[in-house]
Design a protein around this ligand. Structure first.
Ligand code: ATP
Length: 346
């Protein structure tokens, strides 16, 4: 079984006719309600695993040899799509006159560690919000485990897939302690006893390498520590539920603003909570798949396996991370080298 945890998200301007209203309820016992009225959460649930998984949790479907197909894109043919968790198909999105996404299509499969890259303003964060169900595409379709999302219906309502989103800014609640931030969804939604939540918060913080910070306020943490707290908040699970399963996490620029060493720590943490990784307590991670939007070369190299390159509202290249710097695609080459000369104009 795959389990995917809920997200904790700040208001992003859902349309008023959204079928999914996600206002936070009053957390039990912790008195968080008056301080968190602006917050809301997204989706919970579980789902059956794809049928063709290997014992390591990765798809047994073999990739064909990489080959260039048309427009320099590297395309890998899969025999079947039973391991596809998320698919965007011909997605369009405009903000007023700005046509941002112009027919975006890609698939994310079980077990994948994906990076979404591309020039600023090309719509990477917008894609994450569409995947998370915070924004609806104007045209095109998003499929969660093969089932079509209509409007802003949550992933749980569609297929049980739980998707967490970690923002660039960490998006912690400044007026809450680290403990309250990390345990927020459990205080709010679960039937767990408060002492159990406290225990779980401590354990989850330890898993991301933080000890003794439970009573601190976010303002007392460094930027890197805040990101770790945000990660802990995304991977905490309700242990009273029948199935405790991995989740999909969407990271929006998780290393932005960090020094190179702090970036490495966060990149390794992202790896460690994946099912292929091992957390700070030497336990296997529970995250089935993740997607990282990033500009940082180190994060591309260290934290993800496959890249999706967006430019002018479309996917112009997909390939493995090691193929990125040797790509013949002029857009990718310019981006990888940081050159001012090339098709990308600023
Ligand atoms: N809610 C919104 N209302 C209006 N415009 C928006 C909204 N969200 C995004 N945009 C615009 O859409 C474009 C794409 O934004 P997005 O944040 O997705 O780009 P990005 O590729 O993540 O950029 P960056 O790499 O600089 O973070 C930008 O021009 C942005 O100003």
């Amino acid at each position: 079984m795959i389990s995917l945890s809920g997200s904790r998200l700040l208001p992003l301007g859902l349309s008023s006719n959204s079928p999914r209203r996600v206002g936070f309820s009053v957390p039990r016992k912790s008195g968080l309600d008056s301080r968190c009225s602006e917050q809301r959460n997204v989706v919970c649930g579980c789902m059956a695993p794809p049928t063709n998984l290997r014992s390591d949790g990765f798809s047994a479907t073999r990739h064909n040899d990489p080959s260039k197909v048309g427009n320099f894109s590297i395309v890998r043919e899969h025999k079947d799509d039973s391991d596809v968790l998320i698919e965007c198909r011909d997605v369009h999105k405009s903000f007023g006159e700005k046509h941002i996404l112009k027919g975006l299509s890609f698939k994310i499969r079980y077990g994948e560690a994906i990076g979404i890259i591309g020039p600023s303003g090309t719509g990477k964060s917008t894609v994450l919000k569409i995947i998370a169900g915070l924004l609806a595409p104007d045209k095109g379709e998003v499929f969660i485990r093969g089932r079509k999302r209509v409007g802003l219906i949550s992933d749980e309502e569609i297929s049980g897939l739980r998707i967490g989103l970690v923002f660039q800014s960490a998006a912690l609640f400044d007026s809450l302690t680290v403990r309250e931030n990390v345990g927020f969804l459990l205080y709010e939604n679960s039937n767990m006893q408060e002492d159990k939540i406290t225990e779980l918060v401590t354990e989850t913080l330890a898993a991301v390498g933080l000890k003794g910070v439970e009573d601190r306020m976010p303002s007392e943490l460094s930027g890197g520590m805040k990101k770790r707290v945000a990660l802990a908040r995304s991977i905490i699970f309700d242990t009273t539920k029948d199935s405790i399963e991995p989740e999909v996490i969407l990271y929006d620029e998780p290393t932005a603003g960090l020094d190179p060493i702090a970036s490495t720590v966060v990149e390794d943490l992202i790896r460690s909570v994946h099912t292929k990784g091992e957390d700070a307590l030497a336990k296997p991670g529970k995250i089935a798949s993740y997607v990282v939007v990033t500009h940082q070369h180190s994060t591309i190299q260290r934290a993800v396996d496959r890249l999706i390159f967006l430019y002018e509202g479309k996917v112009v290249w997909e390939g493995m991370t090691h193929e990125f710097t040797s790509s013949a695609n002029p857009i990718v080459r310019q981006f990888a080298s940081g050159s001012l000369d090339g098709p990308i104009k600023y």
